[in-house]
Design a protein around this ligand. Structure first.
Ligand code: NAD
Length: 440
């Protein structure tokens, strides 16, 4: 298909996702547990990537230099890889498959999606909607499985590029194995995002933002904000008091409870893991301010609920600080000044996102320039870039050199071919000025 016809499929696909949003959101919440509002957000952020893909002909235009030598023109074009694959995590069953799958298909590839075995239903439904939108059968395929299927994808000689999103150890494994097999790879990993709170920040706004970013989706977001860093003792004390009030007002419920701020975590195993981290944090000497363990919801006694948890006096040597918890747990790490606050996320093993809350433009500007993290929010708690920019973290949050979606996604899913063409005009020395090393 030419690019414009592929774009038309994307327009149809966009309309179908909009038409089926309620159905997709209900399906997603029922399987995953996140509240309906969060499921709609999951779908909306994926939809925005599809909207970006509606303009794909523009993104695929190449470059052209007329007259690089006598009668010589140079041009480059972007050609699809051929067959690409995507391996996705459980936490965004709509958004992440669309980050990669929509772009891969829009630029002309066939794409095989291996969704999380813990949330495969919405990815399958998206495949059906793609067919209904006019995509030829086989161009967007969904296969089930876990490690065995992932390894089969990584080793398959016909697959030219693989995009992965998940936890860091597996991201690193997938990246290395794929590269060893000669594939183009990108692998996004885990995170531990910090929110720096300067003394001049609007604390009411900060508390509102931090509560949403730390506890929304039960903290199961790679762009969640599980660490808050107040700068100075006074900021820390005021922030802590306000956080306690706000957290006590949060409601945990089942996904269809319209008043619930967040739902259960994904599995019994994950609940045990999150509660284990809370215990580790206590054992390491941090102060348990609000304990979300052993939460039981009446009528849903078997549910994997963890209440919002707040820990204070967390320090950088604690493993509960160094590792990703991926649950509704907020840790306060106190910093004495701006330099210490800047150093914390900069030296952390993960470098996905970070946020600074301040009214001072110079401080924010300096922070954004110096911090060693891939995505920065200034008074924005979850700085997930819009679909026409690109998403990607640094350090152990991202392996490979191209980000997800936007123009970096277009580059990842295409190869550049550059043509140098000479059309002699018939004169004896035409082209001689264009010197290429030769034997003569
Ligand atoms: P996960 O690493 O357990 O699974 C991700 C994918 O890898 C799944 O499709 C799974 O089937 C597959 N997989 C699991 N074990 C494997 C193995 N041993 N070998 C090969 N493949 C394997 O991640 P998850 O629990 O589904 O998702 C949560 C994690 O994803 C968190 O660490 C979170 O921070 C991260 N995440 C990162 C981003 C990002 O963009 N950086 C976005 C969302 C989630």
């Amino acid at each position: 298909m030419n690019p414009q016809r592929r774009a038309r499929v994307m327009f149809n696909f966009k309309a179908l996702i909009e038409k089926h949003t309620d159905e997709l959101a209900a399906m997603l919440s029922a399987e995953h547990g996140k509240v309906i509002g969060d499921s709609k957000g999951d779908i909306q952020r994926g939809l925005e990537v599809v909207e970006f893909c509606c303009g794909i002909p523009h993104a695929l235009k190449g470059e052209y230099t007329q007259g690089a030598g006598p009668g010589i023109d140079v041009y480059s074009m972007r050609q699809p890889i051929g067959i690409g694959a995507g391996i996705t995590p459980f936490n965004f069953p709509a958004m992440i498959p669309l980050w990669m799958g929509a772009v891969a298909v829009a630029v002309g590839n066939a794409f095989i999606l291996k969704p999380s075995e813990r949330a495969p239903t919405v990815p399958h439904r998206l495949g059906e909607l793609f067919l209904e939108a006019g995509l030829p059968a086989g161009i967007f395929q969904v296969v089930n499985g876990d490690k065995e299927m992932v390894d089969a994808i990584l080793d398959h000689p016909a697959i030219g590029a693989v995009s992965f999103v998940g936890s860091s150890d597996i991201a690193q494994y997938v990246y290395s194995r794929g590269v060893a097999a000669g594939k183009r790879m990108q692998a996004m990993g885990g995170a531990k995002n910090h929110g720096i709170v300067m003394p001049d920040a609007d604390l009411d706004q900060v508390v509102n933002d931090v509560c949403g970013a730390a506890f929304g989706s039960a903290g199961e977001r790679c762009m969640a904000l599980p660490v808050v860093v107040p700068v100075g003792h006074e900021t820390a004390e005021k922030l802590k008091a306000k956080l306690i009030t706000a957290i006590e007002a949060l409601k945990v419920g089942i996904s269809t409870d319209g008043e619930a701020h967040f739902g259960p975590v994904v599995s019994a195993l994950h609940k045990a893991k999150v509660e284990g981290w809370i215990q580790t944090a206590i054992d390491e000497g941090s102060e348990l301010v609000i304990d979300g363990r052993n939460l039981v919801l009446q009528g849903h006694e078997g549910g994997y609920f963890v209440g919002p948890t707040l820990l204070d006096h967390v320090t950088r040597d604690m493993t509960s600080y160094k590792e990703e918890i991926f649950g509704p747990v907020l840790q306060i790490v106190r910093a004495k000044d701006f330099e210490e606050a800047l150093e914390l996320p900069s030296k952390h093993q993960y470098g996905n996102g970070v946020a600074i809350f301040t009214r001072n433009g110079n401080v924010a500007r300096e922070f954004a320039a110096r911090v060693n993290v891939g995505m920065v929010g200034i008074n924005v708690p979850i700085p997930v870039p819009v679909a026409y920019h690109s998403f990607g973290g640094w350090k152990r949050s991202g392996f490979g050199d191209q980000n997800q979606y936007g123009m970096e996604g277009v580059r990842f899913w295409t190869k550049t071919k550059t043509v140098t063409a000479r059309w002699p005009d018939g004169s004896a020395d035409a082209g001689n000025a264009f010197i290429i090393p030769t034997m003569s």
